[in-house]
Design a protein around this ligand. Structure first.
Ligand SMILES: [Zn+2]
Ligand SMILES: [Zn+2]
Ligand SMILES: [Zn+2]
Length: 385
């Protein structure tokens, strides 16, 4: 193995370290999540994905047609990866999976307990009530889902070794009660923080209690929300982007390539004008190894989803020396590009730590500019240009 998890002095906790020299673009590791889940609104708006691994259930052509809002005829249909002959659905509740393997894995890991065993959406089912309540509190763009908590709990209940499953879950929880409360409020947003007990009551009504009582108290519930807020990794899959990627390797002439490129450019313009940023099947997942990876504002690795499902690839984004710590960024591109002060403010409020990464240390003498002032600075630059 090219990596190990051990104590990190800089993070005062676990960290992921390279055990060999790794070249840029090397896949350091690949892992399936403990649990993953599509976002509620994403699913409600017919972004069809496997209920277990989020692999697209539309063909690239269907995907392009839905996202542009008009009939699209895609050339090179052989570049589409969606294989409908492999699809499988839960015989009791009808949930759709990309394969028998996914259906069985879901059933054996968490779905046996969560299967609502009804083909028509029964709105009085506690899980359906929880779904509706969450959707009302969490409009797009979505960043998390309470169903990751639900699956995590069901996974513990179904685990052959419950003690081990609980210990594995607790590994992710390392905040105090007050910190958990802050993070849970943050996850819901200030406006909805008062709805925490509503969600808690619905969750308690939706899952069996025996063996997971510690997670079903109000404090236990807050710590699970804090867990998914600080460890949840966003993920996206797309039939159309997979198709585009595959067309890149077609043995075609220069002229055909240029035609194809302009077709794709035009397709993305049409999709953008119809659905904006909402192109992908989107969800969130919890990974054992990736979550051991600490943050840096100047990361040397990034998570990617190269299999077009929830399997995560951690890829080196520059050469990494033997023994060096592997860092990813917890901030999105946009915030990562901002001032030291803005980055650190974001990390403190969402992850409760003061960043001492190499970039933040190197910029320690910079004045503390807030993100609002960053925005103003950008605006005045645009005005003057
Ligand atoms: Zn699947
Ligand atoms: Zn089912
Ligand atoms: Zn930093």
């Amino acid at each position: 193995m090219s990596y190990e998890v051990r104590y990190s002095d800089s993070a005062k906790g676990r960290g992921l370290f390279s055990k060999t020299k790794l070249l840029c673009d090397t896949t350091i590791l690949e892992e399936d999540p403990l649990v993953s889940c599509q976002f509620q609104w994403n699913a409600a708006y017919q972004y069809l994905a496997c209920d277990h691994c989020l692999r697209p259930l539309e063909t690239a052509q269907e995907n392009a047609t839905r996202l542009t809002g008009k009939m699209v005829e895609l050339p090179h249909p052989e570049c589409c990866c969606t294989d409908k002959s492999r699809f499988s659905s839960c015989p009791s509740c009808g949930l759709q999976y990309c394969s028998t393997e996914c259906r069985e894995e879901a059933y054996n890991q968490y779905h046996r307990i969560l299967c609502t065993q009804t083909t028509d959406k029964n709105s009085s089912h506690p899980l359906e009530q929880l779904n509706e309540a969450w959707k009302q509190l969490h409009y797009p763009p979505e960043t998390s889902t309470i169903f990751l908590v639900v699956r995590l709990l069901a996974r513990i209940l179904q685990a052959p070794n419950r003690e081990a499953a609980i210990a594995q879950t607790l590994q992710f929880c390392h905040h105090t009660v007050n910190e958990d409360a802050d993070l849970a409020h943050k996850l819901l947003g200030e406006k909805f923080a008062g709805q925490l007990s509503l969600l808690h009551n619905l969750l308690v009504a939706a899952v069996p209690h025996e063996g997971i009582e510690q997670f079903l108290t109000f404090e236990g519930f807050q710590s699970l929300l804090a867990l998914i807020g600080t460890n949840g990794q966003g993920l996206g899959t797309s039939a159309i982007s997979q198709w585009v990627k595959n067309t890149g390797t077609l043995p075609i002439s220069q002229e055909e390539r240029e035609n194809l490129d302009s077709f794709v450019d035009n397709l993305y313009i049409q999709m953008d004008s119809n659905v904006g940023e909402f192109l992908n099947n989107e969800g969130v997942a919890l990974y054992a190894l990736q979550s051991a990876c600490n943050h840096s504002c100047s990361p040397n690795a990034e998570p990617r989803f190269e299999h077009n499902n929830h399997r995560l690839s951690l890829v080196a984004t520059r050469d990494i020396e033997e023994g060096e710590e592997i860092f990813i960024s917890y901030l999105d591109e946009c915030i990562l590009g901002r001032s030291r002060h803005s980055r650190r403010k974001e990390l403190v409020s969402n992850y409760l730590f003061e960043c001492h990464c190499s970039k933040c240390e190197a910029e320690a003498d910079e004045p503390d500019v807030t993100s609002e002032e960053d925005d103003d600075a950008e605006e005045s630059m645009e005005d003057s240009s």
